[in-house]
Each structure stands twice: as C-alpha cells, then as structure tokens.
Design a protein around this ligand. Structure first.
Ligand code: TUI
Length: 314
C-alpha cells in the first residue's frame, strides 16, 4: 500500500485528501472520507461561523479520525470561522482564494496544522516563510476559483522552491493521476470533483448527474475579466456570463450575476442557471460510489501503474 510523508504528517492511512468545496463538502462527506482513511475536509465557503461549527460537530460525533476545514478567505465571515476552528480544535485547516498570513500565528498557537492552497511559486515561498506545515499546489485544471498554471508545471516548480511537503490538486481523479503527481514530487493528492459523486456527498443529485454527463471540454473558465476566474460546467448561466464579458461588462456586473448561484446548483439542484463548479476531470467521473471505494480505487490504481512502470525498466 502506498504510504508517503503525508500519511505520517496527517496521521491518515492513504495520501488522499478531499477538496473543501463550498456547499458541497459538508460534514457528511468529510466524515466518510476521514473514516475511509483519507483526510475529509469541510468547505466553509461563505457560510456563517455557526453553520461551520455545526458541520464540525457532525464529524466529531461520528469519527475520532483527523479531518479539516477549508477556510475560504474571500468569505465575509472569515474572522469568525477562524475563531470557531480554533475553539473546536479542528486538527487541520486548509485555506483558499487568498493569503492566510494574518491567521497563521493564532492557528499555530492553537496546535492546528495549516496547509494553504496556492496557485504559484511566489505564494508558496511566502507561505513557507510564515511557517505553514505543508502546501497544496493547485493547478488550473481544478474546479472553482483557479490560478493560471496547470498542475504539470506547477508541482515540480513548487517542490523545488520550498522545503515542505507538497500536495497536488487539480486534474487528478484516479490512480494514474496520483502516480503522476507522486512522480512530480508531490507527497499526495487533493481530489475534489470525483468526491462530489461520492454516495455520502449531500450535493443535489442533479449536480452529480451533471458531472456524470460531462464531456472532456465541458468544464470551462468564466469570469476571467474579474480577476477571479472560475472553472464550471457549461450551462445557460456560463453562456450568459460569457455574453456579458464579451460586451465588456464591469467586474461588479459579472460578480453580481454569480451571487448565490453555487448554492442554487448544489442545494436546489438548478444546474441550468446555477454555478456547477467542477474540474477538467469531470468527464472521468462515471459513477456515484462510496467515498471509501473512490479512495481505494485511486490508491490501488496508483500502485498498479507504478508497479507496471517498474517492470518496464530492465
Ligand atoms: O479556493 C479555491 N477554490 C474555490 S474558492 C471558491 S468560492 C468562490 N467563488 C467565486 C469566486 C471566488 C471564490 C470556489 N472555488 N481554490 C484554491 C485557490 N486558491 N485557487 C486559487 C487560490 C489563490 C488565489 C490567490 C490563493 C491565494 C491567492 O493569493 C492572492 C494573494 O492574496 O496574494
């Protein structure tokens, strides 16, 4: 069985962590992933702190295994969410969509492991100087809010730039992907899109069906002109956004069109006019299955391909 430095660092069985997707990554999904030996992560997104606390307590009630909370740094509730994760002694915090610098000292003091998601070498280096425990390097194949570089060039550049464990994210959904990012120098992988189709994920079944139906070029990027590009599945909403972006709409107009749309897709199941965030691997997701089966398929698949590759060297 593949064991890496990440397993020791996080006290988990497999080097697989689940993306902290807003609205999607609830306590139910995080519990299932952690119970199965990965690291389950609650996505705080834009949720108020008391809701995040409820999700944390759901996990704690069922499992004593380690888990995490992803703090989305553009959230209006970010300060209160940080207070809650400290009060609840959450073992791991990942961050996204910004620089977590001002929270690092408090989190470290509380004994919480901090692992920021970064899209560039510059940010990885800045985080390393601030004393984070590991880095999640996310390529632009990922779903949701993304950076510029793709996973293949991003991982080795960050691995060479920081003396920290690097976890790859973006573009990985199976054993081939895990084997690939381990070859690039990562110690594990963060998987988002495939876990949306976990049986335990509470996202609306229409959202899961939209992923199962997706083809290779369906996960497109919108809102580039706002400076906050988002990868999501093509639908009526993405066509509307593209139309106003092409006409030179102001950032505010594009952002206003996006308000509440993720909730609409994930909770209400409106995958036509809601935002269906998903990565480029969406087309590789072919079924709804238990989180445990997803983890085992990824890890066992990687083992198989790595063994096969070794046999090719004589
Ligand atoms: O955060 C994510 N993915 C997300 S967050 C999200 S909610 C949202 N919805 C609409 C617009 C914006 C957010 C949906 N998906 N992934 C991690 C990630 N972090 N990707 C890129 C970054 C990032 C970007 C800039 C991290 C740091 C950063 O720093 C800029 C700075 O302050 O230096």
């Amino acid at each position: 069985m593949i064991k890496t430095e990440l397993c020791r660092l996080l006290d988990i069985d497999y080097p697989v962590i689940q993306g902290g997707m807003a609205w999607i990554a609830t306590g139910e999904l995080a519990t299932a992933v952690s119970q199965a030996g990965g690291l389950g992560i609650i996505g705080a997104g834009n949720a108020p702190a008391d809701l995040v606390r409820e999700e944390i307590q759901k996990v704690k009630k069922v499992t004593a295994k380690p888990f995490g909370v992803n703090v989305m740094l553009l959230s209006p509730y970010v300060d209160e969410v940080i207070e809650v994760v400290i009060e609840e002694k959450v073992p791991v915090v990942t961050t996204g969509a910004g620089n977590p610098g001002k929270y690092i000292e408090d989190l470290k003091e509380a004994g919480i492991m901090i692992i920021p998601v970064v899209p560039s070498v510059a940010l990885a280096k800045r985080m390393a100087r601030l004393g984070v425990d590991a880095i999640i390097a996310e390529g632009s194949e990922a779903g949701g809010h993304i950076g510029e570089l793709t996973t293949m060039p991003l991982i080795p550049q960050i691995v060479r730039s920081v003396d920290l464990p690097v976890i790859a994210a973006g573009g990985v959904a199976d054993g081939y992907g895990l084997a690939a990012v381990l070859s690039l120098g990562a110690v594990g992988v963060q998987v988002g899109t495939r876990f949306i189709c976990a049986k335990e994920c509470t996202a609306h079944e229409n959202y899961k069906k939209a992923i199962l139906k997706a083809r290779d070029r369906d996960a497109i990027v919108t809102a580039r002109s706002t400076g906050h590009p988002v990868r999501n599945l093509k639908n009526k909403l993405t066509r509307q956004i593209q139309a106003i972006e092409q006409k030179g709409a102001l950032k505010e107009e594009i952002e206003t069109l996006g308000i509440g749309r993720l909730r609409r897709a994930v909770v209400d199941g409106d995958v036509i006019e809601g935002t269906v965030m998903a990565g480029q691997v969406a087309a590789m997701v072919t079924k709804v299955e238990p989180a445990e089966d997803i983890i085992l398929d990824i890890v066992e698949g990687a083992e198989k391909v790595m063994k096969k590759n070794c046999e090719l060297i004589v």
